[in-house]
Design a binder for this molecule. Structure first.
Ligand code: UDP
Ligand code: MG
Length: 323
């Protein structure tokens, strides 16, 4: 029996931050590959508050290709926000998120789309290897992913942001109100019938990676906190450990007092003060961090602010403004 395949519009979402050199290349490659494969598509560039000529480059692409659109943030809100803005703009029956620097090979999009046609609702790009990175980076990434995998119960060691999502999955993600949304984990967490496509991380052709050590640490801490309350439980655990120690040392001090050696324990007192003091500070910090996250969520500020739009059908550069 002949299998009936779905077909529909594919939205390609490309978050771009200071990517003026990559934007034209991405537009050329993506549109060429999808047109050759006969896939109806639209391309959405999200300019994440770039400080170079990225927006001008995106506008230039909308003049060249009618299916290209652009959204510009009022400032840099981060890649996660850019992905969600792209998903919110997408009109397709499915949407694929990929890096603008083409480190996610665009040919794989065709393979992902074919799987979607067969009925899969989430198609995940998994890294065959992590590309060229320094050993320290690899170690840090490994520790972060093992923590987040434990918190989510999903194996994240080879996960990436390169994903194709069915309209259903897109709408589910957009309906989530949390501000610290971690796309890579959330898109697995929502479930749906999932397929995987392996890809090799390509070398970056233009510009440089936008991640500094500081931003990576912030990314790791934010996302662990958004998926896990284990650090808060650690506070309780530390409390129990310190309590057990204090009982032992308390008994020891009493014994010394009763046997007439009371003054000798002075070093112990200083050490105890230092240890308990620092543990208390750390615990307060952890609790404070979660409270600050609750505060951020409760303020209910938007994830991002859109400053400008552009699209292929308006070559005169007209834009609609909104917030
Ligand atoms: N990016 C973004 N906002 C940011 C940082 C990065 O939209 O604040 C985009 C960037 O333009 C690229 C993708 O996210 O398309 C991946 O960034 P990058 O190549 O710097 O990261 P790496 O590949 O080194 O993980
Ligand atoms: Mg990259």
């Amino acid at each position: 029996m002949e299998e009936t395949l779905k077909s529909g519009l594919l939205s390609v979402i490309l978050p771009s931050f200071n990517e003026e050199a990559s934007v034209p290349r991405a537009a050329d490659t993506v549109t060429a590959i999808l047109a050759a494969a006969g896939i109806k598509h639209e391309v959405i560039f999200v300019d994440d508050g770039s400080r170079d000529g990225t927006w001008a480059a995106i506008q230039a692409q909308t003049d060249r290709f009618p299916q290209v659109r652009g959204v510009r943030f009022s400032r840099n809100f981060g890649k996660e926000a850019a992905i969600f803005a792209g998903l919110a703009q997408a009109k397709g029956d499915c949407a694929v998120v990929m890096d603008c620097d083409l480190q996610h090979p665009p040919e794989k999009v065709v393979e992902m789309y074919r799987l979607w046609q067969k009925g899969f609702q989430v198609v995940e790009g998994v890294k065959a290897d992590r590309g060229k990175e320094n050993p320290l980076h690899t170690f840090a990434a490994k520790s972060f992913y093992s923590m987040i995998s434990r918190a989510t119960g999903i194996d994240m060691s080879r996960a990436s942001d390169f994903k194709l999502l069915d309209r259903r999955a897109v709408d589910t993600l957009l309906a989530m109100r949390e501000k610290n949304a971690f796309f890579r984990a959330l898109s697995s967490w929502i479930g749906f019938s999932t397929a995987q496509v392996e890809f090799e991380v390509q070398p970056r052709l233009e510009g440089e990676s936008k991640w500094s050590i500081r931003s990576l640490v912030r990314y790791a801490v934010t996302n662990i906190a958004s998926f896990s309350t284990a650090p808060l439980q650690l506070v309780t655990l530390l409390g129990v450990v310190v309590f057990v120690c204090s009982v032992v040392l308390g008994l020891h001090s009493l014994w010394q007092k009763l046997t007439g050696h009371a003054l000798e324990g002075f070093t112990t007192v200083i050490l105890l003060q230092l240890i308990i003091g620092s543990i208390l500070m750390i615990c307060l910090g952890i609790i404070g961090y979660y409270i600050s996250k609750i505060y951020e969520e409760i303020k209910d500020r938007p994830r991002y602010i859109v400053a400008d739009h552009c699209e292929g059908t308006k070559p005169d550069g007209q834009t609609e403004k909104d917030i």
